[in-house]
Write a protein that binds this ligand. Structure first.
Ligand code: COA
Length: 144
């Protein structure tokens, strides 16, 4: 977990909606196949619902994230959460596509929220996926 989070999230600290989460201390689900560990989801549950904090597939387009999202949804439902939600960043158009294909809806654009988050975690890059500047948080949700 620590290695994957270091490689893909510049460390275990993840900022969403102005809060810092240590992803190594959250609930986690690992995806495994015959080759070993191939994916990780971390999430947390409170009165506002279940927040998917990180989701990573080591190999793309094999159904790993779909399986993890389904498992997180099951855990959230078992905990009687009524809402699954998450934050991604404005550059992450691949994730935006993935989540919408999975039935989540875009509910808010928090303009400048990543610029604020960068004060808490300076390692957040200024230029992200597809060389898009990273400034805003996108909030998606699905009612359970
Ligand atoms: C976004 C992300 C999580 C998607 O993970 P993924 O494991 O590639 O997703 P899946 O394989 O479950 O689904 C992606 C697509 O592959 C397709 N797919 C799944 N198995 C497949 C297979 N064996 N052959 C061909 N296509 C397949 C799915 O149907 C889906 O297609 P669709 O988008 O047209 O519906 C992944 O790209 C990732 O780890 N990104 C970096 C981290 C990140 O951005 N996380 C999200 C922000 S929190």
């Amino acid at each position: 977990m620590v290695r994957l989070l270091r490689e893909r999230w510049a460390g275990p600290l993840v900022v969403s909606r102005g809060r810092i989460h240590d992803a190594t201390r959250l609930r986690a689900l690992l995806a495994e196949d015959a080759d070993g560990r191939v994916g990780l989801a971390t999430f947390r549950i409170d009165d506002a619902g279940a927040e998917l904090v990180t989701l990573d597939a080591v190999i793309q387009r094999r159904g790993i994230a779909t399986a993890l999202l389904r498992a997180v949804t099951e855990a959230a439902t078992a905990a009687r959460s009524r809402r699954l939600w998450l934050i991604t960043t404005n550059d992450n158009v691949d994730a935006l596509r993935f989540y919408q294909r999975q039935g989540l809806r875009l509910v808010a654009v928090h303009r400048g929220a990543v610029d604020e988050a960068r004060r808490l975690k300076p390692q957040i890059p200024i230029v992200g996926e597809h060389e898009i500047e990273v400034h805003d948080e996108l909030e998606l949700e699905r009612w359970l």
